[in-house]
Write a protein that binds this ligand. Structure first.
Ligand SMILES: [Zn+2]
Length: 97
């Protein structure tokens, strides 16, 4: 009984934001930020921009959170990976400091 409860709690924690009423610190933009602003470019050098698309753990945030379209999400992912290679962003799974 108790073990089951603990498992359920752990499940809920790992799913985090997606529980109703538990959406934390992010609201999904209605439209892709890069489609609505055509002058905005996605480059690995723009760490400040990319940081918004990376979770606290350094993971690339999924499309359902960022609201960006498939095309720009792909570009974002590539830019983030490049930025990681240049040591501008952390890799996911890195120990939090
Ligand atoms: Zn877009």
């Amino acid at each position: 009984m108790r073990d089951q409860q603990r498992d359920q709690q752990r499940d809920q924690q790992s799913r985090e934001e997606f529980q109703p009423g538990m959406r934390r610190f992010f609201t999904r933009p209605r439209e892709c930020a890069f489609c609505s602003d055509k002058s905005a470019k996605i480059e690995w050098k723009q760490v400040e921009v990319l940081r918004r698309y990376v979770s606290d753990e350094g993971k690339i945030r999924p499309r359902r959170q960022t609201g960006s379209c498939a095309k720009h999400q792909r570009e974002l992912a590539r830019a983030i990976k490049r930025a990681r290679h240049m040591a501008l962003l952390p890799f996911s799974g890195e120990v939090l400091r």
